[in-house]
Design a protein around this ligand. Structure first.
Ligand SMILES: NC(=O)C1=CN([C@@H]2O[C@H](COP(=O)(O)OP(=O)(O)OC[C@H]3O[C@@H](n4cnc5c(N)ncnc54)[C@H](O)[C@@H]3O)[C@@H](O)[C@H]2O)[C@H](O)CC1
Ligand SMILES: [K+]
Length: 498
């Protein structure tokens, strides 16, 4: 499991640790680790450190100090290092160390004219590596000048590797939010512990690969703010059938999905539930989706709603999946009321969420509830513009979890799972190719089966996101996929979890 922390947690741990150590120890540890990793990058890019070209961007705080000390170490190994000082108050000892090791300082960025641009641009373009020590966890709000001009220049002109020190400048370390410009790194070398903002888009996208340098902070950290599951976490939670299993013990999933207009959603949701290993899937829906589900999944038990037949006729289930393609009319609303009145865990998706935005009492249930909105559905549920949600995914997923008293799986470029009292989970297995119609229906079915098998909402949502992301990668292998491919990939994915 990867764990990540918010800035105030890092600061508190740093404070506790620093009080036990001689001054400067932590920066020495950070800069040493940073220099080692940059050395590897330079060796890869230029063949060796000696003679390679390095540009150090130094801001006015300790982030700049780390970068200058690391630059000094690399200069001592023969790298040709130039520093760009973006503040009148850069770390004095760091700058002295760099100069003593033979590093140079480029013309003054702060002079107020534009004479610095050409030499800095040339240096950045020619560099094997640019080190971003402008701002780290001390950054607040959009980057100010000259930081933003420097970052834009690096983003467009850098010819070699770009390494962010601790956090890419311009990315909020706690939330991953970016206001204005932020540095696009190939590698982020972060100190002590991962920062939450490095795991969540847009920050995660700017950070590139993340390497952690241990500076001794871990014993002083409290519970993580954000976690990401790995294979072992999912393996430990997945219920595998044993000799005692029968279809009822493995869980019965009710699926209410599809409508006259949307039949495919029902087929995909039932498929997701079956392929996740449900003991039995009971499908309830209108005639058209019923016909389709019957053709595709003879394994499902089917109840055709209407003509006096209601959700009650489905009988006992261990969980409900409701929403994909079910429609948003008054008849759908009535069905949603009936389904969500059941005293079993429920996963509400798609049209189910549009109905819940109209009638929030649908989500006020005694039994546990998972909601799986994409950004547009979340915007309707919370009544905020979708751009705000995209820019601050952690914040809005947590807000919805708190407001509705449910577990929230917010889909998108980074899928996050939020539940009150638990660290927010970030899923790292997805692929952009999953952004295509119908993949969410498969996810809903998958999650419903994990709920029916007895997993908590948090665990079911987290494992479903992980498995779904992996199925996307297997199905896509770098090429476009269609939602049905996920169903084909799921057996391989489950087998790989073991
Ligand atoms: N966490 C640890 O245990 C260690 C952290 N190290 C490094 O220290 C930085 C944090 O240093 P700090 O001096 O507190 O802050 P920063 O250098 O990140 O930034 C402060 C600096 O930047 C200016 N600033 C803030 N926001 C903006 C903005 N939007 N635009 C322009 N300028 C901005 C502010 O005015 C200050 O001048 C941490 O990230 C690590 O790299 C230690 O070295 C090891 C221990
Ligand atoms: K930085």
């Amino acid at each position: 499991m990867r764990t990540a922390f918010a800035v105030d947690q890092i600061r508190a741990a740093e404070h506790a640790l620093m009080s036990r150590l001689p001054e400067g120890t932590l920066m020495t540890r950070a800069a040493t680790g940073l220099a080692v990793l940059c050395g590897h990058e330079l060796a890869r890019a230029a063949g060796r450190v000696y003679g390679s070209r390095l540009v150090v961007l130094a801001g006015g705080g300790d982030n700049g100090g780390d970068a200058l000390f690391a630059g000094a170490r690399l200069a001592a190994r023969g790298a040709r290092v130039v520093a760009v000082l973006a503040s009148a108050r850069v770390h004095a000892a760091g700058l002295a160390a760099l100069k003593a090791a033979g590093g140079r300082v480029l013309p003054d960025v702060l002079a107020g004219d534009e004479t610095w641009i050409a030499p800095v641009r040339d240096a950045v373009a020619a560099a094997d590596l640019v080190l971003d020590g402008l701002v780290g966890i001390g950054g607040t709000g959009a980057l100010r000048e000259p930081y933003s001009a420097l970052v834009s220049l690096v983003n467009t002109e850098a010819g070699g590797q770009v390494v962010a020190v601790d956090v890419p400048s311009g990315v909020d370390a706690s939330t991953g939010q970016v206001e204005g410009v932020a540095l696009r790194a190939g590698l982020t070398v972060t100190f002590g512990a991962e920062k939450s903002g490095l795991l969540v888009d847009p920050g995660a996208e700017y950070a590139g690969r993340v390497e952690l340098v241990d500076i001794g902070l871990v014993p002083y950290l409290d519970d993580p703010d954000v976690v990401a599951f790995g294979r072992a976490d999912v393996a430990a939670l997945l219920p595998l059938p044993d000799r005692e299993s029968d279809k009822y013990r493995r869980g019965v999933v009710g699926v209410m999905a599809g409508s006259h207009r949307y039949t495919g959603a029902a087929v995909l949701a039932v498929g997701g539930a079956l392929r996740a290993g449900a003991g039995l899937v009971k499908f309830a829906g209108q005639r058209e989706p019923v016909d389709q589900v019957r053709v595709h999944w003879p394994e499902a038990l089917i109840t055709e709603l209407g003509g006096g037949v209601s959700v009650h006729d489905v009988g006992r289930v261990n969980s409900w999946v409701i929403g994909p393609g079910m429609g948003v009319g008054d008849d759908s609303l009535e069905i949603a009321r009936e389904v969500l009145a059941a005293d079993v865990p429920a996963l509400v998706d798609a049209d189910g969420l549009t109905l819940a935005a109209r009638e929030p009492s649908l989500l006020r249930r005694e039994a546990p509830t998972v909601i799986t909105p994409h950004v547009g559905e979340m915007a309707r549920l919370l009544g905020v513009p979708r751009e705000h949600i995209e820019a601050a995914r952690l914040e809005h997923a947590r807000l919805a979890a708190e407001r509705f008293g449910v577990t929230v799986l917010l889909k998108g470029s980074t899928t996050v799972v939020a539940e009150e009292g638990r660290p927010t989970l970030v899923n790292t297995t997805g692929t952009p190719f999953l952004a295509t119609g119908g993949t969410g229906d498969v996810l809903a079915g998958l999650g419903g089966t994990l709920l029916a098998a007895g997993l908590s909402c948090y665990d079911a949502a987290s494992c479903a996101a992980y498995l779904h992301g992996l199925a996307g990668r297997v199905a896509s292998a770098g090429a476009p996929l269609v939602a049905g491919d996920l169903l084909t990939s799921l057996p391989e994915v489950f087998a790989s979890i073991g």
